[in-house]
Each structure stands twice: as structure tokens, then as C-alpha cells.
Design a protein around this ligand. Structure first.
Ligand SMILES: Nc1ncnc2c1ncn2[C@@H]1O[C@H](COP(=O)(O)OP(=O)(O)OP(=O)(O)O)[C@@H](O)[C@H]1O
Ligand SMILES: [Mg+2]
Length: 260
């Protein structure tokens, strides 16, 4: 595998935090080297339907999201996702959104068999999004029993306040015309220590410009016969999704209290 070309887009808008995540020297000197390493998978920290997330040992508190070319074609590119993160990561002190650092697009030359069975080199395009790594767990991680000590998150969590802050954040975001459209429990995290809500994964987000119905959109999904098909996806509103998560977390807190 060799890298043929690389393109970077740095996200400086929320620069206060970004300066500590990515200094100028690091950007100039190390990013090319880093990009070569990023496209070799390791240090896995999270999995979704469309992407995998890895930590980046060279950069403190930074993780890397890469598309996994699975059965669902992502709606937003990682660059578009980073633009949503950039716009929203500073708007609230009570609800966090990971600050984006940089997106990287590479063209790799990969050896592959062609239809005649001969080994040939083909160009493959890949992209990555580097963003702040959240120290915390997703609500889904807790519900699915993937958290070693859920009491660390649930014991002192004020569920009403958590979801009321999340609701306020959604109102502000929706007023700006931005809709997340995928606020399932895997995309809501709880920050360790502060127990603040964190909204991640703007891969399905959309901006509403006029009176168009952004809660319906054509998307590509792999069918049972293995082919990608275009289907109409109907999204659930951000507020409704968060209400569903709240009910599940309240149940989990009850179970924890009963078992004590
Ligand atoms: N900034 C972050 N810091 C820490 N962990 C993260 C971060 N972003 C994502 N993760 C972890 O990686 C998982 C997958 O990331 P993400 O939700 O962005 O992928 P996805 O494939 O788009 O998900 P979905 O299935 O919702 O479409 C998350 O559920 C979370 O556990
Ligand atoms: Mg997700």
C-alpha cells in the first residue's frame, strides 16, 4: 500500500481548544506522517454502523473516525460532518460536541486481483476525521452492559437535568436550522467526571433552508441480495429520540437502585 496523494482541511473556528489539540508545528511537520499511520487500523475505541473510531497515540485527547464501507452509505462526508461539529462545538457549555481538528483525504494505491485474476494496482480513496476524544461512555454502552462500572455514570446522574440540558441544546440547534436526525443512545455520550451530555456523530445531520421536509430523504442501503438500493428513510425528530433515551436510562437507574 502506498499513498499517492493527501489533502487536509483544518478546522480552526473553535481555535481556543484546537490550538492545544493541534499546534501549528504539529500540523506542518507531523500531519503527513500521521496520515500515513492513520490509515492502518489500530487502537480501536468505538464502532458504529458506518464508521470505526480509533485513538491517535501521537496526539493527546484526539481520536480518528474512518468510514468502514459497510452496508449503509453515509449521508454526510466526514468533511461535512466536521463542519457541523465545528459549528456546534462552541454553542453550549452544558452540552458538549467534540471539536473537529482536521479532515484528511488520501488516495492509496492498493494491490488487487482484476477480473482475469491478475494482480494490479488500483487507486482507492479514503477519508478520516480527527476530533477531540471524549472521555466517557455512550448511553448505548450502558444499556448494552458494555460499561464495567455503570454506577460511576448513573449513581450521581441527575437524569431530569441531563435531558433538560440536552433538550435546550436541541432547541438551539434546531433554531439554527440544524437537525441531527440520528440521536439514538449510541450517539449520546456522558462525559466521565462532569456527567455532561455529549452529542456525537453528525453523519446523518441536515440543514433546513426552506420549508423542505428534511425528515424524509433517499438513502443507499445494501439489500438482502447484496446490492446497494436507494430507499426512502424517514427520520425521527431529535426531541422524540432523546425522550426515548431518557425512558431507557430511567429504567436503568431504577435497576441499579434496586440492586443496591
Ligand atoms: N469523539 C469521540 N470520542 C470518543 N468516542 C467516540 C467519539 N466519536 C465516536 N466515538 C465512539 O465511536 C462510536 C462510533 O462512532 P460514530 O457514532 O461516529 O459512528 P457511526 O458509524 O457514524 O455510528 P452510527 O451507527 O450511529 O451511524 C460511538 O458510538 C462512540 O462509542
Ligand atoms: Mg453513531
Amino acid at each position: 500500500m502506498s499513498i499517492e496523494s493527501m489533502e487536509f482541511k483544518k478546522f480552526p473556528n473553535n481555535s481556543q481548544e484546537n490550538e492545544t489539540l493541534l499546534t501549528d508545528e504539529m500540523y506542518q511537520e507531523n500531519l503527513c506522517k500521521l496520515a500515513e499511520r492513520i490509515f492502518v487500523n489500530e487502537n480501536f475505541i468505538g464502532k458504529g454502523n458506518t464508521a470505526d473510531v480509533f485513538s491517535v497515540p501521537e496526539m493527546t485527547n484526539v481520536c480518528c473516525k474512518k468510514l468502514n464501507h459497510s452496508d449503509i452509505k453515509p449521508i454526510n462526508s466526514l468533511e461535512e460532518e466536521a463542519e457541523y461539529l465545528d459549528k456546534l462545538s462552541g454553542i453550549s457549555e452544558k452540552v458538549l460536541v467534540p471539536t473537529p481538528v482536521v479532515t484528511i483525504e488520501v488516495v492509496k494505491k492498493v494491490e488487487k486481483k482484476n477480473l482475469r485474476g491478475e494482480m494490479v494496482f488500483v487507486n482507492v480513496r479514503e477519508s478520516a476525521l480527527l476530533m477531540k476524544e471524549i472521555d466517557g461512555v455512550s448511553i448505548e454502552d450502558i444499556l448494552e452492559g458494555r460499561v464495567q462500572n455503570p454506577a460511576e455514570f448513573l449513581e450521581h446522574l441527575n437524569v431530569e437535568e441531563f435531558f433538560s440540558e440536552l433538550g435546550n441544546f436541541i432547541d438551539t440547534m434546531n433554531e439554527q436550522g440544524i437537525h441531527h436526525r440520528d440521536l439514538h443512545p449510541g450517539n449520546i455520550m456522558i462525559e466521565r467526571g462532569t456527567l455532561k451530555p455529549v452529542v456525537i456523530d453528525f453523519g446523518h445531520a441536515a440543514k433546513k433552508y426552506g420549508d423542505e421536509d428534511i425528515y424524509k430523504q433517499n438513502v443507499f442501503k445494501r439489500d438482502f441480495d447484496g446490492r446497494m438500493k436507494e430507499v426512502v428513510e424517514t427520520f425521527i425528530s431529535d426531541k422524540q429520540r432523546v425522550e426515548q433515551a431518557k425512558i431507557k436510562i430511567l429504567d436503568e437507574v431504577k435497576v441499579l437502585t434496586l440492586n443496591r
